[in-house]
Design a protein. Structure first.
Length: 364
């Protein structure tokens, strides 16, 4: 309940939520719009927002409008929701329903792709303007009786290399140690401006991964100091960093979805619109960089979720097109309608469940 009170007491938070959620859904629909236009499909309506029309203008055969509810938008292509084509001033060639399966698959993919492209653009922009933050491989706390403490490693030691391999960030250290298989490792460290070698024998110990799961890994029992180094990037390097961050976020999101489906991660962790709104409001208070990073994360999730092969989502339409290309005939309309109804019910159930989780978090 504190979230609702804080939202209405901070107009900037309300604006941030509208811009992020509404903007990302609008970009998604813009992707569809541009794909339709690129191959000459007629557009009946392109709407910014949902619900009753507040303002609109007709250019050519298309009505461009602003609707009452700012969250999202939609594109109504000729032949997509109605068989009326010539009756509303379009030709049969402009109807999306008359296009081959590969074109309809392209139209469906364009929306999620626009979201993934948006995430890449944000990561690239931040890399170019703010540089790349690197967590230095500097030792912070040491666990009691750990291999690192027994070997004589000390707080503030800077790890320069492991087994002769140069180390430039903390993120490299856990993977190198875990891949050692437990063999003795030579750590080259910098202490008091002097380099020295320390031999450490990793041990199998429990740790929590990014999803909160406990796993057994080869560790030496150290934590990072938390020192951050910001490296400035040129334009080409920023483009590459944008690709890397987008790829990592896609992999992380897909891994999380897989763990939810298999039950490895509790369904209680699923968040809905209230949690997303709360996160946006908090990041807006932390500054534009934090807000943009969250926007990129939401954009990746929006794009990937829409690619799931669930009827009524873009992924479901892509699936129907793939089936049509394989069997060389369209999936029967009645079957598509039934499956889309089931897909809609599934999405409604998921939304109710996620919103229920959001509400229950207020009482924990």
């Amino acid at each position: 309940m504190d979230f609702i009170i804080s939202i209405f007491s901070h107009l900037d938070s309300v604006i941030a939520i509208i811009l992020v959620l509404g903007g990302l859904i609008f970009i998604h629909e813009l992707g569809h719009f541009l794909a339709f236009r690129s191959l000459g499909v007629g557009i009946v309506t392109f709407s910014i927002g949902m619900g009753p029309k507040i303002w609109g203008v007709k250019k050519g055969k298309t009505t461009y409008q602003i609707a009452a509810f700012p969250f999202g938008g939609y594109v109504a292509a000729v032949g997509e929701y109605s068989k009326d084509v010539e009756e509303i001033g379009f030709t049969q060639e402009e109807a999306v329903s008359n296009r081959p399966a590969w074109q309809r698959m392209y139209f469906a993919f364009a929306g999620p792709f626009a979201n993934l492209l948006t995430a890449w653009a944000i990561y690239t922009l931040l890399a170019f303007t703010s540089g790349m933050n690197i967590l230095l491989p500097q030792v912070g706390a040491l666990l009691p009786d750990s291999p690192a403490m027994s070997a004589g490693l000390q707080e503030k030691d800077l790890i320069v290399a492991i087994d002769g391999k140069t180390v430039s960030s903390w993120n490299e250290v856990p993977d190198i140690v875990n891949n050692s298989g437990g063999k003795t490792m030579k750590f080259t460290i910098e202490r008091n401006n002097e380099n020295m070698d320390v031999l450490i024998d990793p041990q199998k110990m429990p740790r929590l991964n990014i999803f909160g799961e406990e796993e057994i890994a080869w560790l030496i029992g150290i934590q990072p100091m938390g020192t951050i180094h910001t490296e400035e990037l040129g334009f080409a390097a920023s483009l590459k960093q944008g690709v890397t961050q987008s790829r990592d976020m896609i992999v992380l999101t897909l891994t999380g979805l897989k763990k939810m489906v298999t039950g490895s991660v509790s369904a209680d962790s699923v968040g809905g619109p209230l949690l997303i709104g709360e996160m946006i409001a908090k990041q807006a208070e932390n500054g534009i960089v934090s807000l943009l990073l969250l926007t990129a994360l939401i954009s990746v999730n929006l794009g990937l979720l829409n690619l799931l092969p669930i009827p009524i989502l873009d992924g479901g339409l892509i699936f129907f097109c793939l089936v049509e290309m394989i069997i060389r005939r369209p999936v029967p309309e009645k079957l598509q309608e039934r499956l889309m109804q089931l897909g809609a019910l599934l999405l409604i159930a998921l939304m109710i469940f996620a919103t229920f989780n959001d509400i229950m978090r207020w009482f924990r």
